[in-house]
Each structure stands twice: as C-alpha cells, then as structure tokens.
Design a protein. Structure first.
Length: 460
C-alpha cells in the first residue's frame, strides 16, 4: 500500500518515523543536533525498493563514532560503498579510552573526511587533537559547522587557526573582558567562532546587555539573576541584533523572586490575576523558558510581543493553593509545552492526600503540554478511578501503594502510574517523576497507541 504513494508523501511519512525521540533539552543541557536513526527504520527499508531508497537517506545521514575500530570500519565501508560518501551529512565523534586511542581515531578520521562528499557538520564534543588534524577538519570543503564543547575551547591547538568561522561553541559563560576565559572567548570570536548558547550570571553583565557586542550565531541565552530581578528593556534591541536567537532562559538562584520590581513583561497579566485573588505565598517560580515566535506568524508586532513562555518550573508547599494557582498558570501561559512541578513532599504528606486526578484535571488545561516533570509526589496517591488496572507492564522498581476510590490499597508499579497520567493527558509525549522508591527513571515516552507501554528515552 505504501509503495503506491507518491515519493513526496513517502518522504514525509518515513521522515516522521526515521529518528529516535529525543529527551527534552531543558535549561542546562545544550541542544543536540545529532539524530540517531530509529531501529524501525531498518525494518521499513526492506518493504520495497522505493521505500528502501528513501529510508537509506535517513539511515546514513548521521553517524556516531566512539572508537578507532568504528572509524576503521567506516573507512573500509566508504571505500566499497557509495552510501556514506553520498548520504552522510553529520558525524558525532566521541572517542572513548586513552590518549593513544584518541590519536589513532583522529588519524583515521582524517582519512575518512575526503570520502564524505556531503558532510556538513561534525560534533567533536570534548576533543583534543593536534593543529594539523584540526586544520584538516576545518579544511573539508563541504563542511560548514564544527561543534565543540566549552572545555574544548580551552584546549584548542595553538597557534589558533586564523579562520574559526566554521567552529560553533555549543555552550559558554560570559565573563569580564579581563578574565582568562573571557580573553580567549574574545580572541576566538574575533576569528569568527560562533556561540550557540551563552550563560550570564553576573549582575553587572546583565545590566549592560543592550550595549553588548553581537554574539555570532547565538541561539539561546541563559540568565542567572543572583541578587536582583532582571530588567527586560534591552530584549527588543538584543533580539534585533541577534537574528538567530530563539530562546531566553531564566534560572532563579536562591530565593530571588520574578515578581520584584521591575516586573518582566511576560509576567504582568499573571501577577495581576494573583493580586486580584490575594495570592502572595505558597509557590515560587524556579525557571522560565521563553521562545521567539517566527515573524511570519506574528506580523508587524514588536519583538517584545513575539516572546512567549514555553517552559516553566514551579515550587510549592501548599497543595490546595497550588490547585488554585495552576489554572491561572494555564490561562496566562497557554503556550507552555514543558512544565515542571516540584512539591514539598514532607509538608504535603503531613497535611493532605494527593489525588492524582485533581492534578491531572488542572494539567489537562494546558492545550499543548508535551513534557511533564514532577518532583515530590507522595507515596499515598488516590486515582479516584476505582481499581488501577492498566495492563501488564514490566516492573521497573519496587511497587508502590495507591489507594483506590474504595479506600483500599492497590500495589502497582511506578510504570503504571506514569502510564495512567499519560493516558489522561493525551498531549503528553514524555513524563519524568522524581519520587522516593521510584528509582531513577529518566524521561519516559509511550511506545503504543493505547499509551500503556512506556520506554526510557536515552541520551546520545
């Protein structure tokens, strides 16, 4: 049946199935551009010659190399098959082992590079190599992007190449100009290096953002207000001078409140609603993630009005009050796709019984909630839905007790609780719960249409 579809439609279908689902990147983790192919793609490639031709483009687009043996196998494959030379566009290099293994791996990589005609990106991560090897990598004619980690910038081979325009520093911390790291950052930037994600923690640097020099290639900005709120009068000008900027993160340290004067423009309506209801306690905002709407979707409105809250973290110790606050959050920030709720576990256990359905009913009001992270859920949970029976899932940890509507305790696996929430909130793609007795689950996602079977997302 698939073989009867036009190639354009087949390409779109295969593209949606081609890659393993990625973990939510969040505030601290740099976004990964590497997409590992899905195991299902190999099976799909043998359905027909037409689908195979389309699948191969995805199967060989991104290649992950971790050992010199991997590199040697790829070199031999490139010499006997046209697939990698014509289809591979990205390499993820993570040589593991001792220095000799790394040196050997990079030497083989230099032999591989001339074979890859369409290579556009190499992610080197934390790398150490000679100037000759680094120059060979930068000299590849089709290569446009060389991703390196913050640690790698310090270990760049000397003397620095004159042209670093292909190099992208994945994440950096803005420092005063006289700091050693700041001096190196300036030197590399003067040679054309781009910075994808910049973190700023010093108040004096936050105050001067509107007058800061343009940071080439900047996509994300992370602000750490330490001793006072962050003014946002600079954001329109900063947006105009950084055309690639798509995200601004605010990470609150200690107990600094977002609600101090001056109030950020994106919190005004929310703060007014809280004020009308007399709510001044019981919760704290930890992190906020803003995303810039594309201009084509917003017309001529100012850049300030194109910024919307997409991610948020809330801490609370008054559960009934949280159930009153959360509907205000859903109405003030309907575009949130990643939400983290941290509950004071000990306080709530002493004072209240947490009904999962009460919480789910509120979270269902987020129209596009995709990723949910919950901290401190008590062991005593009631579903209000009779007996909990969600199918047979693999046990992941010790069972926990859940009280049913009849008041009787029912022992279930944490996986069942995750699945229960996933079934109730149909927009959810991933869920992560931190709870005593659950163990370390990581991000989970549903692998079947009924949303009763879950699997763990793995990092690259």
């Amino acid at each position: 049946m698939l073989a009867l579809l036009p190639n354009e439609l087949l390409l779109e279908i295969v593209g949606r199935l081609a890659y393993v689902q990625q973990m939510p990147q969040g505030l601290l983790k740099p976004a990964s551009t590497f997409q590992p192919p899905s195991p299902d793609l190999l099976s799909l490639s043998i359905v027909s010659w037409q689908i195979r031709a389309i699948s191969l483009a995805f199967l060989f687009a991104n290649i992950h190399i971790t050992t010199s043996s991997d590199a040697q196998k790829l070199l031999e494959f490139c010499s006997t098959s046209p697939l990698c030379p014509t289809l591979t566009s990205m390499l993820l290099i993570r040589f593991r082992g001792n220095e000799a293994e790394e040196v050997k791996g990079y030497a083989i990589l230099c032999q591989i590079l001339p074979c890859l005609e369409r290579l556009s990106c190499i992610d080197l991560g934390d790398f150490h190599c000679s100037l000759a090897i680094f120059s060979t990598i930068l000299g590849h004619p089709s290569l446009s992007t060389v991703l390196i980690s913050s640690n790698s910038m310090i270990d760049l081979p000397r003397p620095l190449p004159k042209d670093l325009s292909k190099v992208v520093l994945v994440q950096a911390m803005l420092c005063p100009a006289d700091h050693q790291y700041g001096l190196l950052l300036d030197e590399c930037s003067d040679r054309g290096m781009k910075i994808a994600k910049m973190s700023i923690a010093m108040s004096q640097l936050l105050d001067g953002l509107s007058g800061i020099l343009t940071i080439r290639g900047l996509q994300e900005l992370v602000l750490y207000p330490r001793d006072k709120p962050v003014p946002f009068s600079w954001l329109p000008e900063f947006t105009a001078t950084h055309p690639h900027l798509k995200k601004v993160w605010l990470h609150v340290l200690d107990d600094i409140s977002f609600f101090l004067d001056p109030l950020p423009f994106f919190l005004v309506s929310f703060a007014e609603e809280l004020g009308q209801r007399g709510i001044k306690r019981g919760f704290r905002i930890g992190n906020i993630g803003l995303e810039l709407e594309p201009e084509r979707l917003t017309g001529e409105c100012s850049s300030k009005h194109r910024w919307h809250v997409r991610e948020m973290e809330i801490y609370g110790d008054d559960y009934p009050l949280l159930l009153e606050i959360l509907p205000l959050v859903t109405s003030a920030f309907p575009g949130i796709h990643t939400f983290s709720l941290s509950l004071d576990h000990s306080h709530i256990l002493r004072s209240f019984t947490l009904h999962v359905d009460d919480l789910v009913a509120v979270l269902q009001r987020f129209p596009c909630l995709q990723n949910l992270e919950l901290y401190g859920l008590p062991e005593a949970l009631t579903t209000g839905d009779g007996e909990v029976s969600l199918g047979c899932l693999d046990e992941m940890d010790q069972p926990i007790a859940i009280a049913t509507a009849s008041g009787e305790a029912s022992s279930i696996s944490p996986w069942l609780l995750f699945s229960y929430i996933m079934k109730k909130i149909q927009t959810l793609e991933t869920i992560k719960i931190h709870q005593r007795g659950f163990g370390s689950t990581g991000w989970l996602y549903a692998i079947d249409g009924s949303r009763t079977k879950l699997a763990q997302l793995k990092s690259v």
